[in-house]
Every structure is written in C-alpha cells, then in structure tokens.
Write a protein that binds this ligand. Structure first.
Ligand code: IMP
Length: 430
C-alpha cells in the first residue's frame, strides 16, 4: 500500500469547512507514518466513523485512530491545553493511546482569549463571523502582537509568569476599557492551572519541525490534515467572515516547518452541495423543505458547536478559487449519497453582480453581498448501487458521471476520490 502513495500528501477544505475532510484524511492516514495538523485549533471538528464507532476530534489529527501513524500538532496550530487534555482522555476511554507530538512553538489559548472572543463578537455585531467561541481570533492576534504564550512557556514557570502578567493586563484592558465588559478570569489561578497543564503535556512537547524533517529524509510518508476551508482563510476567504488562520495549503510550510517544495499531492475536499456554520453572505444558500431534507440526511449540524448548518447548492466559483490558491492536484468529492432522489440539482457556476457575470470570488464585500447565483441545473439520480466501492467508478449512475464531469470542466481539476457514505470503506478511488 505504502509504495502507491506519494511521500507527502495534503488534504484541505475547498469550501466552508465541514466538507468531510476527517473521513478523507482517515482514509489515507492508515498508509501514513505521520498525520499533521498545521493551523487552526479546537474550532475545528472532524468526525470519523470506523466500524460504526463515531470519533469526534477537534485538535488531534484524525490519524490518531490508527495504531501506526504519529499524530503531530504543528506550530501553526493554536492549542487550548485543557481541550487537548480532555481529547487525550476521550481517546484513552475509547481504548486509544495517542502517539502524539505537540510543537513546542504552538501558541496557547488562554482563558482571557475565550472571554475576549465573545466580547469581540458582540462588538463586531453584523461584521462578526459567528465564531465558535474557542478564542481563536484573540490568540492569533496575540501571536502577531508578539504578546503570546507558547507551549514551551508552560514548561518554564518564570517565563510563563512574566508573559502572563503582560498578556493578561493587555486582554483586561481591551475587555474592560474598550469593550466595557467585566473580565472574569484571574491571573493567579490561570498561572497554577497552566503550570499544571504543562506538567501533564510535557511528554508530548517536541520540536516537531525537526522530527518531520528527519522523517522526510528517511523516506517516511506524511499526511497534512487541513481544518476549515478556503472561504474561511484569513487572506483568501470572505473576510472578515473568516477564521483567523490560513486554511490554504500554502500555510503548511510555515505552520509545520516543512518546505512546500516537498509536497507531492494536494487533495481538495469538496462536498457535493454546500454547508456553512456561522455568518456571511452565501449566494447559493437555500431554505425551506429542500434545505431541511439535505440538513437532515447529511447530518449537517456543527461538530464543535452543534449549530444547524446553513445549506446551499454547490458553488463552483468558490471551488475554482480553492483549486487555484491551493494548487490542488485532485478533488475528493464527498456526500454524493445525500443528494440521492433529488430530481434536478442546481450548481452555481458564476455570480451575477449588478448585471455583470463574475467567475472569481470578489474581494469586495459589497459585491459579495449583492452576488446572485447563476445556476446550471443538472439531472439528479435516484440511488447509488449497493456496495459501489467494490464495483468501482464505472458502476455509478450516469447522472453522477455527468455531475462529476461538469465540476471538473468548470474548475479545471480532476475528481479522483468519491465518497458515498460516512464509513471508511464507502469510498471509490478512480
Ligand atoms: P472561529 O474560527 O471560531 O473564530 O470562527 C470564525 C468562523 O469560522 C465562524 O464562521 C465559524 O463558524 C467558522 N469555523 C471555524 N471553524 C470551523 C470549522 O471547523 N468548520 C466550519 N466552520 C468553522
């Protein structure tokens, strides 16, 4: 199996997150020596179902469910140590002893980041992205202010104390003076808790860039697991309705210390329709009975927050951008089965904005707010033959072949992996 796989593969989201990356990552993870997260934090939610066992992961790479790969949390990830410890316990309760390394350079989510996240969302009002409330924007902001606390600092009490004093005072100033809220967390107990977290996590902390460099030199295979999706990328997404990290494959290098020159294969995960949890204009959004049906059949409720996801038709303007910005070598198309029985399936191919046809994601918020979907309606299919994964791609209904051809033509990238159910084996490789 191993020889068939490129040495370094990346999997990224090509929409709004929740495309089914967890399942696709899990599919490849068993053939990998390392599975690595490179950005984001416990705002992410990856659901993996193996032999009817459901695993919900937020921070640890999905590969942890396999025995062999080492799971790595790279330096570009922001870590809530309390959430990490509870995820480790969750896995242990399910009989998994995580083989995990956490970069010593990861920035740490502090209680005041979580407080600030909610105060900030209130302040931003209609410009708020509808954050998951995990402290993501404030921790990345502190990183850029050079005000942050890193994993290694939890192992060095004097440095932690010094940094905490400054970081805490800064957050308190913003929360109380700028946003007129009362800060609840208190530095003495934070210090004690975080020293404690450091003691518990110490054995996992490592210079993961060096580990990955050596692994690559020794011919080991590495799988990078993206979180969220292209429209949530802080640079290329629908800013400010984004997350605060780069979700695009370009961030793998800085977020792990592995050069982009070494990445062989970049798989973009595209769901056969669209869902989004959180706020922003969404040109191909639908509501009513059809949206409810898709939400229910697809189980479209946030893994992290449980919020019902907004539903829409596949938006190829978005996927076109994902192909270009990530340099996708192929697409994994997921959840085709959810569309079974829908007679006609509209697909958004362009936007119509103030009388003009627009084929690329606009930077302008005004344009995005005014964007109307231009649809091409494709014929749907009734069902997918039983055990299709044994029969192969050619046994799929012709309408699915047409759906896939259409996507490939419109975005200029091949669909090589097709997922027709949540379980690992419900996958067709073309
Ligand atoms: P934050 O990352 O918690 O700051 O949230 C910013 C935006 O990203 C919100 O609209 C969230 O709903 C969205 N978001 C963050 N993580 C995920 C994810 O893993 N899947 C889908 N949406 C996400």
């Amino acid at each position: 199996m191993k020889s068939a796989q490129s040495k370094i593969t990346a999997i990224v989201g090509a929409q709004w997150g929740d495309e089914g990356k967890g399942k696709i990552t899990d599919f490849f993870a068993g053939q990998s020596d390392y599975v690595v997260r490179f950005h984001g934090g416990n705002n992410a939610g990856h659901t993996v179902i193996v032999n009817n066992n459901i695993f919900k992961l937020h921070l640890i790479p999905s590969g942890v469910i396999y025995e062999s790969p080492v799971s790595i949390i790279g330096n570009g990830v922001v870590v809530d140590p309390k959430a990490l410890l509870s995820e480790i316990s969750y896995l242990k309760e399910k009989g998994i002893e995580p083989k995990l390394l956490v970069s010593d350079r990861c920035h740490i989510i502090m209680p005041y980041h979580i407080e600030l996240d909610s105060a900030l969302s209130g302040h931003q009002a209609e410009l708020a992205a509808g954050s998951t409330g995990r402290g993501i924007a404030p921790v990345y902001a502190d990183k850029m202010f050079r005000n942050g606390i890193r994993m290694i600092d939890l192992l060095e009490p004097d440095i932690l104390k010094q940094k905490l004093e400054k970081g805490y005072a800064f957050a308190k100033g913003i929360i109380e003076k700028s946003l007129n809220k009362k800060m609840i967390s208190e530095p003495r107990s934070i210090f004690q808790d975080y020293i404690d977290f450091g003691i518990k996590l110490k054995d996992y902390v490592s210079d993961t860039s060096v580990e990955l460099y050596k692994a690559h030199q020794n011919g080991k295979s590495i799988l990078f697991e993206g979180a969220q999706g292209i429209s949530l990328d802080v640079d290329h997404g629908i800013y400010p309705y984004t997350t605060s990290s780069n979700t695009a494959a370009g961030h793998i290098s800085t977020g792990t210390g592995v050069s982009f020159r070494d990445i062989d294969r970049i798989i973009g995960v595209v769901k056969a329709y669209l869902s989004r949890v959180g706020e922003s204009p969404l040109p191909s959004e639908i509501d009513g009975e059809m949206a409810e049906k898709i939400r229910d059949v697809g189980g479209e409720y946030g893994t992290t927050t449980g919020r019902p996801r907004r539903i829409g038709w596949l938006d190829l303007v978005q996927v076109r951008q994902a192909v270009r910005v990530n340099g996708l070598t192929e697409i994994a198309l997921t959840k085709l089965d959810v569309l079974n029985g829908i007679k006609e399936i509209p697909v958004c191919i362009d936007y119509e904005i103030d009388g003009s046809t627009v084929s690329e994601m606009p930077a302008s918020l005004t344009m995005y707010r005014n964007a109307k979907p231009v649809y091409k309606t494709l014929e749907g299919w009734d069902s997918i033959p039983d055990n299709i994964w044994d029969k192969g791609f050619n046994a799929l209904p012709k309408e699915i072949h047409n759906y896939i051809d259409f996507i490939e033509q419109a975005v200029g990238c091949s669909v090589k992996i097709i997922s027709v159910g949540p379980q690992r084996h419900e996958t067709i490789i073309r």
